[in-house]
Design a protein around this ligand. Sequence first.
Ligand code: ADP
Length: 396
Amino acid sequence: MKILIINAGSSSLKYQFMESEGGQVFAKGLCERIGIDGRLTHKVPGREDVKQDIPMPTHGEAIQAVLDIMVDPAKGVIASTDEIAAVGHRVLHGGMAFTKSCIIDDACIEAIKKCIPLGPLHNPANLMGIEACQKIMPNTPQVAVFDTAFHMTMPPKAYIYAIPYEYYEKDDVRRYGFHGTSHRYVSARAIDMLGNPEHSRVICCHLGNGSSLSAVVDGKCVDTTMGLGPLAGFPMGTRSGDVDATILEYLMGRYGYDIKEMLNILNKKSGVLGISGVSSDFRDLDEAAAQGNERAALALEKFIYEVKKFIGAYATAMGGVDAIVFTAGIGENSKELRASICQGLEYMGVEMDEEKNNVRGQEVDVSAAGSKVKIFIIPTNEELMIAMDTAELCAK
Ligand code: ADP
């Protein structure tokens, strides 16, 4: 089934048009500066990229621009929008309401709206994308795929925060976790690569701009590092990861920050950028550290140390581990970081083959012969998961 995948942000919108069976990508692209002026970048495999300035006052014009270029005789890939069998939307926060993907109807939209307080930046943008598609393609079925859904199998001991229970009961305060579509895809691939054993314990390391780990037993998530929001866990490009809440009170008192300013610091100015003062991009940090920049080296060391600690914690939580998976920008591309993270884990049966590890962006087993724990690199494919869910729900 040919599926259009939409990932709507507040001022941008990514799209991909693909076949749900086999995953062939026909076209993909990005609308930027929505609400400001508007720019479209459209990519078709084997052709030159198209860049166009198109006014996009709202997400409606952005979706229309995507559909127009898709049916354009010269730049497009289809004769008519009727060839789009369904639309799959990436939605950030599904709260407690969504444990899996669902067909978008009025009840689904209401439930996504109810999750806005939990995902105040992303859910309204996701809804704008959904509403624009409904208006322009009223007869095309739409599906919502949630970043949080895969983690909803966590047991209470993993998702409950040790604060008064009423905040969980009345206000839905709990660990949700994100990157769920990626964790779902790579954990399923890992189980396949393990030979589909009856019992499996997998640790997925999604290491990108935003990063999270998940612990997956028999294909079901039992713990993950992100929390109510995506700020939690270990340090990321610009996000702090877990911090002692006392720091907030202390710095807000000293500098007169309000909570918005404080959270902006923790979200945008922290992580490896905050420690290094150099960059949030790990390639820049590698370069700076190689030239002797001590803070860049410390940022890398901190990142590696915290990822390792969570691997140890999750191995303990699951009573062992059969495979560790590396995915996303850093996990797929940085052999140095993969090697540094695995170094010192030999005691738990993790042994990497340095030569096999000398790859980028391929689905491979890089563990040494005889390593008790397999180490896999698995390029993530969230779009394929969204397309497959969309096709499955629409076929029903
Ligand atoms: P997003 O979370 O935005 O989807 P990605 O998963 O694409 O991000 O990851 C982007 C990050 O991957 C970059 O910020 C960069 O730090 C990292 N990255 C990409 N290639 C390399 C590389 N060769 N070495 C180290 N880090 C890399």
